[in-house]
Ligand binder design. Structure first.
Ligand SMILES: Cc1cc2nc3c(=O)[nH]c(=O)nc-3n(C[C@H](O)[C@H](O)[C@H](O)COP(=O)(O)OP(=O)(O)OC[C@H]3O[C@@H](n4cnc5c(N)ncnc54)[C@H](O)[C@@H]3O)c2cc1C
Length: 308
C-alpha cells in the first residue's frame, strides 16, 4: 500500500500539483452520481500530460483507474485507492480527411455526432444519445439497435503504459459483444480513425430522431442510470429475464429496478453504491432461481477489491 502523504509531496515536487487533485468525490464523475473519494484524480491536459501522469503513477506503484465519462461504471462508497485518470474533457480534437475522421478518445459522443452531422457525415447516428466518450464506446463496443461503433472503426491509437503510442489497424473481427480484443494487456485508447459515409444532413438528423424516439419509448431517459446493467443472453434480452423473474420495480434504498426497462437500475436520488450493488445481486439471484441463468454484467465494477 502506498503512503498518500508521501505521494502528495512527490506530486508537488514533480510539478504535477496543477494536474492532479487529492481526495476527489467520484459521485461527480459517474452518471449514477455514486462513489466515494478517490485518493488522486486528474484530467490530463493532452497526450503528453497523460503520459507524464501514467509514468508518475507507475513509478510510485499507484493503482490507475482510467475512466471516460463514467456512464458505465460502478464505484464503491468507500472510493478508490489510487489515481483516477478521466479522459472526458480532454483529448477531444477531430481531424477530417474526406470520409475518414480522426477523433480523440475523450470527446463525448453527442458532441462528436453534432460535429459530424455539420460536415454531412453519417455512421454515428445511433450514438447521439449515449452519454459516454468515444474511448469508452470503443472499449465497450457501444451499440444501439443494429448499429455499433465496431462498424466504422478503422484504426485505434493506444498508449501502452510503456511510453509507446501504437496505431493498430482494425477489422471488425477484433470486436465482440460489449468489448474488443486488441491483444495488448494494458492500454489507454487515445484516438480513433472512423470511416463515415457522406449523406444529407436532413437524412442524418431524421435517423438520429428515430433512434432517440426508440430510446425514449423504452428506456428511463429522465433518470440517473448507467445504461444497461447486464448483457443480453444469446436467447433472451436481459430485461425480459429480469422482468419475468419478478424483479421489475424492486428497490433497495433509493436504488430501483426501472419500471420502464428492467435492465436499468435508477438512482431515485440518494442511492448509495452499496444499495445499487445489493440490488444487482438480488436481480442476479432472482434470474438464476427462475431460469438457471447467471447474467453477466455489462457495467464495469471498479475498485471493489480495495475496500470491501
Ligand atoms: C443514459 C445512458 C444511456 C446509455 N445508452 C447506451 C447505449 O445505447 N449503448 C451502449 O452500448 N451503451 C450505452 N450506455 C452505456 C455507456 O454510456 C457506454 O458504454 C459508453 O460507451 C461508456 O463510455 P464512458 O466514457 O462513460 O466510459 P466509462 O463508463 O467511463 O468507462 C467504461 C469502461 O471503459 C474504460 N475506458 C473508458 N475510456 C477508455 C479509454 N480511453 N481507454 C481505455 N479504456 C477506457 C474504463 O476503464 C471502463 O472500464 C448508456 C449509459 C447511460 C447512462
Amino acid at each position: 500500500m502506498f503512503n498518500k502523504e508521501l505521494i502528495w509531496k512527490e506530486i508537488e515536487q514533480c510539478g504535477l500539483k496543477k494536474e492532479i487533485k487529492i481526495d476527489e468525490l467520484m459521485k461527480y464523475h459517474t452518471s449514477w452520481k455514486i462513489g466515494g473519494i478517490a485518493d488522486f484524480f486528474c484530467i490530463p491536459t493532452d497526450e503528453e500530460g497523460l503520459k507524464k501522469i501514467i509514468f508518475f503513477a507507475s513509478k510510485h506503484e499507484l493503482p490507475i483507474y482510467i475512466i471516460g465519462n463514467g456512464s458505465n461504471i460502478w464505484v464503491p462508497d468507500e472510493g478508490l485507492r489510487g489515481l483516477v485518470v478521466k479522459l472526458s474533457g480532454t483529448l477531444d480534437k477531430i481531424e477530417y480527411s474526406g470520409k475518414m475522421i480522426k477523433a480523440g478518445a475523450g470527446i463525448l459522443l453527442p458532441a462528436l455526432v453534432r460535429k459530424t452531422v455539420e460536415k454531412g457525415l453519417s455512421g454515428l447516428e445511433f450514438a447521439a444519445h449515449i452519454p459516454g466518450t468515444l474511448g469508452g464506446a470503443i472499449f465497450n463496443n457501444a451499440s444501439f439497435g443494429n448499429k455499433s461503433i465496431a462498424d466504422i472503426v478503422r484504426k485505434i491509437v493506444v498508449f501502452d503504459y510503456n511510453d509507446n503510442t501504437i496505431e493498430i489497424d482494425i477489422d471488425q473481427s477484433i470486436f465482440f459483444y460489449r468489448g474488443l480484443d486488441l491483444g495488448i494487456e494494458k492500454y489507454i485508447i487515445v484516438a480513433t480513425y472512423l470511416e463515415m459515409v457522406e449523406d444529407s444532413k436532413d437524412k442524418i438528423i431524421s435517423r438520429i430522431k428515430n433512434f432517440y424516439n426508440q430510446r425514449k419509448m423504452n428506456q428511463p431517459t429522465d433518470s440517473l442510470t448507467a445504461g444497461c446493467i447486464f448483457k443480453n443472453t444469446e436467447k433472451q434480452p436481459a430485461g425480459f429475464l429480469i422482468e419475468k423473474s419478478g424483479a421489475k420495480g424492486l428497490s433497495i434504498g433509493d436504488a430501483q429496478v426501472s419500471e420502464k426497462h428492467a435492465n436499468f437500475i435508477i438512482n431515485r436520488g440518494k442511492a448509495t453504491s452499496k444499495d445499487i450493488l445489493l440490488l444487482i445481486e438480488e436481480v442476479e439471484k432472482k434470474v438464476e432461481k427462475t431460469f438457471g441463468i447467471m447474467l453477466e454484467k455489462e457495467i464495469d465494477i471498479i475498485g471493489l477489491s480495495n475496500d470491501q
